[in-house]
Design a binder for this molecule. Structure first.
Ligand SMILES: [Zn+2]
Length: 308
């Protein structure tokens, strides 16, 4: 049987494991968190976004970042055309998702669409490309309400399972509470998809570490992606607990930093992408994490999570 290599789908094409090193699995280049009916929602000149964001991405690249994932799905002003322009200018590949955010950031058409119609749209974006950019989605990003998954969010998740199964895409969910993520993984398994193709985004926001462990035991990826936003010591403690429990292979680290916002334009306050490599990783090494483990956490794991 012919063995095909898994690759990352990015703005600059497909990349094999040999072509990438340090990966940031959760950052943002362009986000609009305003209500979708606000005039000018999701609108900006690509030249402005480039002017503001390219220097930050070039800085990350100069410090060794080889690829980053922009985690903005439909609903938060996703502009793959703009991200592609920024990526080309900075010469850094960026992965973008298909998928839909949570209520109230769900576009109107999604309410009227069937599970299968949403799945077909996702599959088109994963396999053919997004809008007319020629960029294929690298994964499926979605979310669920903080106090429980709503009907529409459940429909989006089921659609994601149908689509992801076809191409072995990973599904990542912005989920703040452990009880909600538990329900989401139940739904994924009921749909016949698997825990090891699911990323619990923002795991660190759940204060109960037992639920982190529970999701790891079930086989899911967990993501501590708030590095630079909270105490480094807390993250180091969490990471050491995961390693000591034997789950280093299921852990992702990122910063959730960026981004250009159409509301503030060129005056957007950008948080750069270099804290993890410059400040945090040296501290993690000082806490006793060896080089091989650092390579797992920053290179091998993110490749394995997103490659298909
Ligand atoms: Zn984010």
């Amino acid at each position: 049987m012919k063995k095909t290599k898994t690759t990352l789908r990015t703005t600059l094409g497909e990349l094999t494991r040999e072509q990438v090193g340090f990966i940031l699995p959760h950052e943002h280049v362009f986000v609009d968190l305003r209500p979708m009916d606000v005039p000018g929602f999701g609108e900006a000149d690509a030249s402005d976004v480039k002017q503001l964001m390219v220097p930050y991405i070039e800085e990350a690249k100069a410090k060794g970042v080889s690829m980053m994932v922009d985690c903005g799905p439909l609903g938060v002003g996703r502009r793959v055309d703009i991200i592609k322009a920024v990526s080309k200018a900075a010469k850094l590949p960026i992965m973008v998702p298909t998928g839909i955010y949570r209520e109230p950031w769900v576009p109107k058409w999604v309410y009227g669409a069937s599970e299968m119609e949403i799945a077909e749209w996702m599959t088109r974006e994963l396999t053919e490309g997004i809008e007319n950019t020629g960029v294929k989605a690298g994964f499926i990003k979605l979310s669920a309400g903080d106090s429980g998954i709503t009907d529409i969010e459940r429909k989006i998740l089921k659609a994601a399972c149908i689509s992801a199964k076809l191409v072995n895409a990973v599904i990542g969910s912005h989920t703040i509470h452990g009880e909600v993520v538990r329900n989401q993984l139940d739904i994924i398994e009921e749909m016949g998809y698997k825990a090891d193709r699911f990323i619990w985004i923002h795991t660190h926001l759940e204060r109960n570490f037992d639920i982190h462990l529970e999701m790891l035991r079930r086989g899911a990826w967990i993501e501590y992606d708030g590095i630079s936003w909270e105490d480094d010591e807390r993250f180091i403690e969490l990471i050491l607990k995961v390693i000591n429990a034997g789950y280093i292979d299921q852990l992702l680290l990122s910063q959730d930093n960026g981004w250009y916002s159409p509301k503030t334009g060129l005056a957007s306050k950008v948080r750069g992408y270099t804290y993890l490599g410059d400040i945090f990783i040296p501290k993690l090494k000082a806490a006793g994490v060896d080089e091989a483990s650092i390579i797992k956490l920053t290179q091998i794991n993110p490749f394995n999570a997103f490659a298909r």
